[in-house]
Structures are given as structure tokens and as C-alpha cells.
Design a protein around this ligand. Sequence first.
Ligand code: PLP
Length: 407
Amino acid sequence: MSAAPDWAALRARFPLLAREVHGKPLVYFDSANTAQKPDAVIAAVDDFYRHHNANVSRAVHQLGNEATEAYEGARAKLARFLGARGEEIVLTSGTTFALNLVAHSWALPRLKAGDAILVTRMEHHANIVPWQLVAQRTGARIEVVALAPDGSLDLEMLHGKLTGAVKLLALTHTSNVLGTVNPVREICREARRRGIVTVVDGSQAAPHRPVDVAAIGCDFYAFTGHKLCGPTGTGALWARREHLEAMPPFLGGGEMIKEVRFEGTVFNDPPHRFEAGTPNIAGFAGLGAAVDFLEGVGMEAIRAREAELLAHLTEELDRIEGLRIFGRAPDKAAVVSFAIDGTHSHDLATLLDLQGVAVRSGQHCAHPLLQWLGVGTTCRASLAFYNTHEEIEAFVAALRRVRALLG
Ligand code: PLP
């Protein structure tokens, strides 16, 4: 067995975590929103602009080759990270782009009136609105799987809804509000048996646990680079090769073609067919470094570390009178949404900020879920492996102070 990672040393690799906010040591509990970046990622972006900057796949000169290497290198690393092949990875600006690509290039040409798209009540808007746009244009309808009181999926209802009308099931791997980790492997297996195509939103899962798309058995898996300790404006869509082969392009332009004539254009092969225009090359150099960094730590070690932090945080919060936690699924990521009776979540978050604590408050881009919870807004503390038990103590102490202030 390999030795446990040195978490303090790993934390020290994140320069921003050493700063103060409002004169207090920063407690960054907003990693579900965006993760902080280790020195290796910052160095990779810096190195790209200092030493390798050029456009990809166009120039024959040395810099062009180096830029292409950095970009294609990121694709290869992401493929390894997901247990996939490089030609199945479309590099995108993030999950939102990836899901819109599936909606536009897979769903729009295929769906028709009478078909259904199945989503769950816990989806982020990025995994709802693209399907609504498809439904509006094709006449398909959206159906919704409800949640059990603990915030896990109602699996009985889900299975009951896997009818012949359903052509596509879009669900999140991990909820960004409840922390619920869905049994995507079992769900995708059931869907596949019925010929239903599955799209998994891995935004909140890929940074926190090992992901193997072949084992999950889905058709599409989307995630975003900035939650994976990488730069903003990066992300990827993994797709089965047969889908990518059969899908028309989403955006047209340079890079996605083999030959252009006014009479007609021959499109490039996938995945480049879906990567029109100049991408965020430096960002992907950084994302490649992020993947190396996370693999160096070990995704299983990260999962275990965050489970331990979640247990500590939950235990502390459960001691605070009048505090309600939303989401108690048995398999849960280190995301804790909560409300305190008689206080508004924005007031809580604002006062916590003055204590140096960064948490998110609001509806977390999940209006239908918040409607189901019956609360206007929640506060959300979301952790990563670089957080510490001391930070949890500091956060809870700050929360108690803030609560006393709010009466
Ligand atoms: N899906 C989930 C579950 C998310 O948490 C997020 C980001 O908050 C997204 C999708 C959208 O990701 P991006 O804005 O990076 O495209």
C-alpha cells in the first residue's frame, strides 16, 4: 500500500490558500463553485505563454508544434484520467458547452414529437435548459425523476420512467447542492438495456473520485476544467466513438474542416469536427498539469480525504441548533447545503465573508431543486482535499458568531 499523501504539503502547493481576506486567514469552502489552482497549473499556463505560445494544428513551425503538443497532450491526459481513448474526448470550454453540444448535435436531429427526455429534480440548469431548448424545437417532452426525502434519487420512479418514449436520460453524477452521488453505473445499465442514451454531468464528480467512463457505461460524460483545479474556460465531453462519428458539427469554422468549397464543405473527423476556432490552448496546458497533479495525489485518496472532512463538518453542523442540512444521501460528496432558522443565507454568507470564510449562498443554478426543498436559498459549504480540519473548526466558530449577531 502506498503511503498516505502529506495533505499539509499538498495544501502548500495552492498559493491562494495562504492569503487573508478582511484581515483573517482565508477559509475557502466554495470549491464546488470553482476549485483553487496548484502551483503546477499556474506554472504550466505561465510557461505556455512565456515559451510556447502559438496557434494549434495550423503552423508548421516549432512553436506551432509545441502548442499542438500541449493541447493534444491535455486530450491524452484527460482520456487516461477517464479510462477512455483520446479520439473520444472533445475539448470544450466547460460542461455547459459540452451538454449543449450533445443537445445540438445528438438530440436535435433525432428527437421528435412524442419522444421524452428524462432528467432529475437535482440537475444544474446546464443539464436542464439545453434539453428544454431541444424539446421546444422538436416537440419532445421533458420528464422529471423525483427525489427521496434524504436527497437521493427515487430509483423506483426512475426505473418506472424508463419507457419506450424516453430517448435520452440526462443526469448528474453528483449534485452540486445536495452532494448526492448517484449510482450512475446501475442507472446507465438499466437505460442501456432499454436502448436509452445516457448523458452524465460529471462536473462535481470528476474532481472528487475516480471516474471510469467504460465502467459507468454511459454514452456521454461531461465535465469542466475549473472545478478540477484547472483553468476556467476548459472542459471536455467524453462520448462513445459511434455517436461522435454520427453527429453533425455544432459550430462551423476553422479547425473543424478538411476542405471548404463554396459548393460544400468536408468536415474533419471527430473529435476535431466539434472544435471549431482557436481553443483555450494555454488553459488546456494548465488542465493537463491539473490532471497530472490530481493523479499524483490519487483520486481514491482524494475521495477518502474528502469523506473524512465531510464527516467532521456534518458532525459539527449537526450540533448547531436551528441549522438544517439539505441532503443526507448515503453516498455523498463533501458539499453541505444548509439554512439556519430565522436568518437569510445571503446575510450569513456576507457576514461569514467578513470572518474570512468563503461559502456560496443562493439557488446554486438549481431552481427546480430549491423549489422542491421549499427554501428560497441555502448556504453551501463545499470542500476539497486541500481543506483542513482546522478550517472546519474555524468555519463553525465563525458561523456561531455570525448567528449570534443575527439574533
Ligand atoms: N453541472 C454542475 C453539476 C455544476 O455544478 C456546474 C457548475 O457549477 C455546471 C454543470 C456548469 O459548469 P460550467 O459553468 O463550468 O460549464
